[in-house]
Design a protein around this ligand. Structure first.
Ligand SMILES: *Cc1c(COP(=O)(O)O)cnc(C)c1O
Length: 862
């Protein structure tokens, strides 16, 4: 076969239409409905066929058609109007500039993620993590937050899914052509493509070019190793998302983290933007960003590794996204060692120090492993999980990094995920809302509770909209089912029945997500007979749409899909339950608005947050979910349903059976009857009350703008402050902090609580009594200003340990010879029951984030 040389011919737009190029290049088109409508109007059928890809559309229109369009004055006016609107969006002050006045707010924030799900046109995501990253950037743009995204450009993105005749997942990896994507290559002043390079073992270098996508106001830099300077192996480093062996994966993460920092520097050099003061690692994949920044400081500023680490940590935020151990990146230490040794050794940075950051050198850890989440936590000033419950689970999961502290003191907070409203609310639904309610009434949620007489959306209208969305879903699902059967080898003649699958008036349940085992795709099949009855009920049937990709290496997940497809293939039910292949953003945008009920049944508490149910809530669909992730926090008894969990039942099969039974029961007794309970106008009053309540209460909370504001206020701004302190003035504070930490670590074995006395503890103490506590301590080589002596109070649990602790400092009261000191304090007993107290010493310094930072504690011996 002859090798085909490919190149992309770019469309040249007639002058009057020139701004279409800007509108197509900025990814705001993906969530800005007027811009989408403009592109669609150029050729509605093509727009559909091209899945809403404006660059492809412009490319296919052809010279003659473009010239014809350029003579359409109304169109040209509209193009210029939208161009001006985009410019205004990009330049005008927004929330960050106008209402957020903290002095310390960062000038720039770098946001690193292995995946970004922004639009179906740029398929660089596998699931929730990527979509969240995309929604983070979009909302940061809407708020004017000066973020820069950093990621990789995968040549084939994630795989496309189809089914074999027998219902097995089949994966293909169509190559993307970056020249035909809304991307711009970073170039040097002389026009040559700019490069970043990393040393690899064996004398090799890994080179990458850098593409820039514009997500509204937010630049997103994507590194791409598929260039001729690289050898064959290195060209493949960015071939696909989450593919390949550990070494491939490690190289991707080195490129993302270390190459990503280099790309930021390159971009700043070419555009003159400010250097970030906050580096946010979205999950552990990007952890090596800390190593590159340490290298910079060691090389350029002559700092020690330890001082550089303090300066770097002072500007880093880490978000953990999963409590599932298999979801955490763990490499063999030897593999990591190899990639920082020999020709890949970083001058002045001993590999042992890099290894120490990620080693599981704690109880229950595996010392031969390099753990990217552990590294993320150790190199970040502040860390968080992605829902309240997930924060708690994460504190438990990583407790061993802070031995001696209470679980509640583990320094991992939580910020609950959100979703980007304009991306995930159906345009028809938005139009309906806007025709009755003011933007403020929608934003606050209050508008949804207004009766029709007071200008609210009438019941009949809301219900008609729900039917419109359901109808649109049914229509698109039929197309997908037909296509899927054709891919499975069926002939059109066999597929007459497909035109009638699903029904726009039947209660519609959706289930779509990745297919790791803990999400339990097939829980609904636990009792197939019971499910069949629900699906085929002659009066009040339900219908179910299922979608989801399994990681190609996850045989179990692939088996679950096959089981579900086999069930859905059965003649008796195939028009009521369908599996839609190739779940992606485009499908999600029709699926979630069109469902009445969104089902989620993970194994609690393994779902960190989940976001698809939030997208449903924005469109008035109701959640039916296990109390896990965000639902555990925001389910309020009226905004949907909670599937009771069998927490504590050890046998997984029994647990599944119990939870499945609870699910069927909820459907049979509550969900189905309520959906079909209609008033004289055919409107389900009680159901609509729940819809309105969902829109009113969840609508405002699930917004990613709410989430990004929390990141700015609770994490980015404090971290920008510590960045400035620790990176200012010749790095004096970072050096002093590193020296102090070294001194404290060395001397810590000499620190102890010698003796504790209390006064006022009689046999019968009661709430309100005051207890005095005196502690006598030895600080050895340390001084009182190096430590805090704390009184720890709390409940005593069955195991005789203090839980739910509160700490308060004791005051220095005496100084003795030999580094010994007396401390004193008082505590009022605040609750009844089994009260306990203890005294401990922790290191403290004005520049540590909290007293747990060094993970050192000296407690009184019992
Ligand atoms: C929202 C979304 C997800 C994430 O769903 P979860 O509820 O977090 O599992 C995954 N894939 C697509 C295409 C999505 O739109």
């Amino acid at each position: 076969m002859r090798a085909i040389r490919r190149f992309t011919v770019r469309t040249v737009l007639p002058e009057p239409l020139a701004p279409l190029d800007t509108l197509a290049q900025n990814l705001r088109f993906s969530w800005h409905e007027p811009t989408r409508a403009l592109f669609e109007s150029l050729d509605p059928e093509r727009w559909q066929a091209l899945h809403g890809d404006p660059i492809e559309l412009l490319g296919e229109l052809g010279k003659a058609r473009l010239e014809e369009l350029a003579r359409d004055e109304a169109l040209v006016a509209r193009v210029h109007e939208l161009d001006a609107d985009l410019r205004e969006y990009l330049e005008q002050p927004r929330w960050y500039q106008e209402s957020f006045h903290a002095e310390d707010k960062p000038e720039a924030i770098a946001y690193f993620s292995a995946e970004f799900g922004i639009t179906a046109v740029l398929p660089q995501y596998s699931g929730g993590l990527g979509i969240l990253a995309g929604d983070h950037l979009k909302s940061a743009s809407d708020l004017g937050v000066p973020i820069i995204g950093v990621g990789l450009l995968y040549g084939a993105g994630y795989f496309k899914q189809s089914l074999t005749r027998e219902g097995w997942q089949h994966e293909t990896y169509p190559l993307l052509d970056p020249d035909n994507l809304p991307l711009t290559l970073l170039r040097e002043a002389d026009g040559t493509p700019a490069r970043v390079s990393l040393p690899l073992p064996g004398g090799h270098q890994l080179h990458a070019q850098v593409w820039r996508a514009d997500v509204g106001r937010v630049p997103l830099l994507l590194l791409d190793s598929n260039i001729t300077e690289n050898d064959e192996a290195s060209r493949k480093v960015t071939d696909r998302l989450y593919g390949g062996a550990p070494e491939h994966r490690l190289k991707q993460e080195l490129l993302l983290g270390m190459g990503g920092v280099k790309a930021l520097r390159l971009h700043a050099r070419l555009t003159g933007g400010p250097a970030p003061q906050v580096y946010h690692a979205n999950e552990g994949h990007a952890g090596f960003l800390a190593i590159e920044r340490i290298r910079e400081l060691v090389e350029a500023e002559g700092l020690s590794f330890e001082a550089a680490l303090e300066a770097v940590r002072g500007g880093t935020v880490f978000t953990t996204h999963t409590p599932v151990p298999a979801g955490i990146d763990r490499f063999s230490r030897e593999l990591v060692r190899e990639h920082f040794s020999g020709s890949a050794e970083l001058p002045g940075i001993p590999v042992e120090k890099i290894l120490a950051l990620g080693t599981e050198d704690f109880e229950g850890g595996d010392r031969s492993v390099y753990n990217m989440a552990v590294m993320g936590l150790r190199t970040a000033r502040l860390a968080n999980g992605v829902a309240r419950l997930h924060g708690k689970v994460s504190r438990g999961m990583f407790h061993q990094l802070w031995p001696g502290f209470d679980v509640s003191e583990v320094p991992i907070t939580s910020i609950t995920n959100g979703v980007h409203g304009p991306t995930w609310t159906d345009p028809a639904f938005v139009r309906m809302a806007e025709s009755y309610l003011s933007p403020e009434q929608v934003a606050s949620g209050d508008g949804w509770l207004l009766p029709a007489e007071q200008g609210g959306v009438p019941d009949a209208e809301l219900w008609a909209m729900r039917r419109t969305l359901r109808t649109e879903l049914v229509r698109s699902a039929r197309r997908r089912v037909r296509k899927s059967w054709m891919d499975r080898g069926a002939s059109p003649a066999e597929l007459g029945w497909v035109d009638d699958v699903l029904d726009p008036d039947v209660l519609t349940i959706g289930f779509a997500r990745r297919v790791p085992t803990y999400k339990r795709l097939t829980l609904m099949l636990s009792d197939p007979e019971r499910l069949r009855k629900l699906l085929t009920d002659p009066e009040r049937p339900i219908q179910i749409l299922v979608a989801g990709k399994s990681h190609p290496a996850d045989e179990q997940g692939i088996g679950l899909i096959q089981r579900l497809v086999s069930f859905a293939d059965e003649e008796g039910v195939r028009d009521r339950i369908v599996f839609l292949p190739n779940y992606d953003i485009e499908m999600a945008q029709t699926l979630m608005p069109g469902c009445d009920v969104w089902l989620n049944n993970p194994l609690r508490p393994l779902e960190a947050s989940g976001t698809s149910g939030m997208k449903c809530a924005l469109n008035g669909a109701l959640n039916l979910s296990i109390l896990d992730g965000w639902w555990d926090e925001w389910y309020d008894g009226q905004n949907g349903w909670a599937i009771p969990t069998a927490d504590g039942v050890e046998d997984p099969q029994r647990r599944d059976a119990l939870e499945a039974a609870a699910l069927y029961e909820l459907l049979e007794d509550t969900v189905v009857p309520r959906f079909y309970d209609r008033d004289e106008n055919g409107v389900p009053q009680h159901w609509l009350e729940m819809v309105r309540h969902t829109l009113a209460t969840l609508g405002p909370k699930v917004q990613a703008t709410r989430m990004v504001r929390e990141y700015v206020e609770r994490l980015y701004t404090p971290v920008a402050g510590s960045y400035r302190t620790l990176n200012g003035a010749g790095f004096a504070e970072a050096t002093a902090l590193a020296d102090w930490k070294g001194r404290v670590r060395e001397a810590w074995h000499t620190v102890r609580v010698d003796h504790v006395e209390s006064t006022g503890v009689a046999d019968a103490v009661k709430v309100g009594d005051v207890v005095g506590v005196s502690a006598y301590v030895t600080l050895g080589a340390l001084a009182p200003q190096d430590v805090e002596v704390q009184l720890v109070t709390g409940r005593v649990d069955e195991d005789d340990t203090l839980v739910d602790v509160t700490t308060r400092p004791l005051a220095l009261s005496e100084t003795y010879e030999g580094g010994r000191y007396g401390y004193h304090g008082e505590v009022e007993l605040e609750f009844s029951g089994s009260f306990g107290y203890s005294v401990r010493i922790v290191p403290t310094h004005e520049h540590v984030a909290g007293t747990a930072e060094l993970a050192l504690v000296a407690a009184a011996q019992a």
